[in-house]
Design a protein around this ligand. Sequence first.
Ligand code: PMP
Length: 408
Amino acid sequence: MTTAYDVAAVREDFPILDTTVRGKPLVFLDTAASAQKPRAVIEAISEFYETHYANIHRGVYQLSADATQRYEGSRDTVQQFIGATDRREVVFVRNATEAINLVAHTWAEKNLQAGDEVLITALEHHANIVPWQMLGQRKGIRLRVAPVNERGEVVLEEFEKLLNDRTRLVAVAQVSNALGTILPLESMIELAHKRGARVLVDGAQAIPHMPVDVGQMDCDFYVFSGHKLLGPSGIGVLYGKLSLLEAMPPFLGGGDMIESVSFEKSTYAPPPARFEAGTPDIAGAVGLDAAIQYLQGVGIERVALWEHELLEYATAKLSEIDGLRIIGTAAEKSAVLSFVLEGVHAHDVGTALDQAGVAVRVGHHCAQPVMEIFGVPATVRASFALYNTRNEVDQLAAALRETLEIFR
Ligand code: PMP
């Protein structure tokens, strides 16, 4: 199916796409690691620094009031974008990793006891494994892992079997960064809630590529990073249901998160300020606001359709290459294509593709356990975004054929 999606117009909005690498036009296929930035984001950040910058929340002067308004305005944009019912449910953090650690150090620290269980899946990014292991070491909590099948899909029956009365938290990705699998969240959340467990969704790989509505999803926490969402690095979001955030102790102590301080005792501000100690990434929030507005301007549904077309096209193209094996063939996939070339190490493939100007990610993608399941130390991962084209897929395929020629 073709859509009237104007990818050439979208590409014009991204200055970096005009770059050449080793004398060749850049073919950027590593958006799953971090997205490139549209001019609207770059300009919003420089305009903010040039004409509106000051520290927020404290100043009595106009510039500080302006900067505060922009920072808080970004919170409103995020609230509306993810379908949160209350702006206080949106906490600005550095990235998805920090958001997960925040929940582990506050909500989980307070609510979980020795013997309780946290259930994750075999597809998780290290950011959604290690904080729970560290919590486990601190508190004697057991980490359980729902398996995946040979296509890289979570097996719902297996997931359900692992839920029990000790399961206090289910922490799962919405989309796997290593394989692109879209997880069956609706069923998983319903099953978890039936057992009385809370659910944290790692939306880092989902939110740039599909409409997200945390209210409809009914997750308890949702986390993502701005840099994968066309925004700047250094800003991310923790969404939490207000009743949960209100009952959570603070994470970091310092300015802005307090109500009152004396040497005897301090009291804490309500959310979201309670979780935003110190001067935040003010310009980052402004950039994130611009990124979301840009994406909404293009239309997230249209982006999702375009990326799906690219994924189908690329899957067909790469499947024709003798000696190439796609890792992760779930029925429901986001625009990520992981693969290995017979007899060629993934790092050599990455280096050879770089010679052709094609930027892909090689390695374990911070998801070592899932690599182990598929019996590969590393894969090559091409990931697609709103600015990629069929022509770029063709260039990837051609460069892969050349690589195979060289190494055979
Ligand atoms: N979760 C997933 C699924 C990811 O892909 C990533 C980034 N690769 C993260 C979490 C961590 O994101 P960040 O490094 O921005 O904190």
